[in-house]
Write a protein that binds this ligand. Structure first.
Ligand code: AMP
Length: 189
């Protein structure tokens, strides 16, 4: 049952448990893939079934709260989260992939990286207009990837009900870049 405090926060109780689990199962890798970056490695989480289950359960709660009918995952680590969430929810799964991977007709979005650009794609017929899509990824950093994914989903007619991530790096402007998309992190760093 949801208590008044939890309702006031607008978050399921499992989110707090998930934040604790993440603190214990995410490994910081210094200076990877380049100097100055602290990479948030989720492989210890993936390797620990009980911990992974708590985190997936929290993401499912968020998806239910927002009435999501479809889960969209961003390649590659977003897939590892989006697939079990969609399965537990009984929702459809839409992959947003790096350029050149999807076999059917696609729509593309290109966005700036620190050095150069990146392109992601979605199947043009991936969603129907009445679908409520929750976007899922592991980390929200500068927000470029999520903003591009949001644009792709909106472009194919989806109603995007939010972006949920395991970790939001709050010292970077990701949240502003994806605005007005509702961002729901399990853990804010
Ligand atoms: P951004 O577009 O800058 O928000 O970067 C988000 C994407 O890059 C996500 O798909 C993440 O998987 C990945 N990413 C960015 N920064 C990190 C980090 N410090 N640790 C792990 N993954 C990251």
């Amino acid at each position: 049952m949801t208590s008044i405090d939890e309702a006031a926060l607008g978050r399921p109780a499992t989110s707090d448990a998930a934040a604790d689990v993440l603190r214990g199962h995410i490994r910081d890798i210094q200076d990877w893939p380049q100097p100055g970056v602290v990479f948030k490695d989720i492989t210890p989480l993936l390797a620990t079934p009980a911990a992974f289950g708590v985190v997936i359960g929290a993401l499912v709660d968020i998806a239910r709260q927002r009435g999501a009918t479809t889960i969209a995952g961003i390649e590659a680590r977003g897939f590892l989260l989006a697939a079990p969430v969609a399965d537990r929810l009984g929702a459809g799964l839409v992959p947003i992939r790096k350029q050149g991977k999807l076999p059917g007709p696609v729509r593309s979005a290109t966005y700036d990286l620190e050095y150069g650009t990146a392109t992601i794609e979605i199947h043009a017929d991936a969603v129907r207009p009445d679908e409520r899509v929750l976007l899922v990824d592991d980390v929200l950093a500068t927000g470029g990837t999520a903003a591009a994914a949001h644009g792709l989903l909106a472009g194919v007619g989806a109603e995007v009900v939010g972006l949920t991530v395991l970790m939001e790096l709050s010292f970077l402007p990701g949240r502003e870049r994806v605005a007005p998309l509702d961002v729901v992190p399990l853990l804010t760093i």
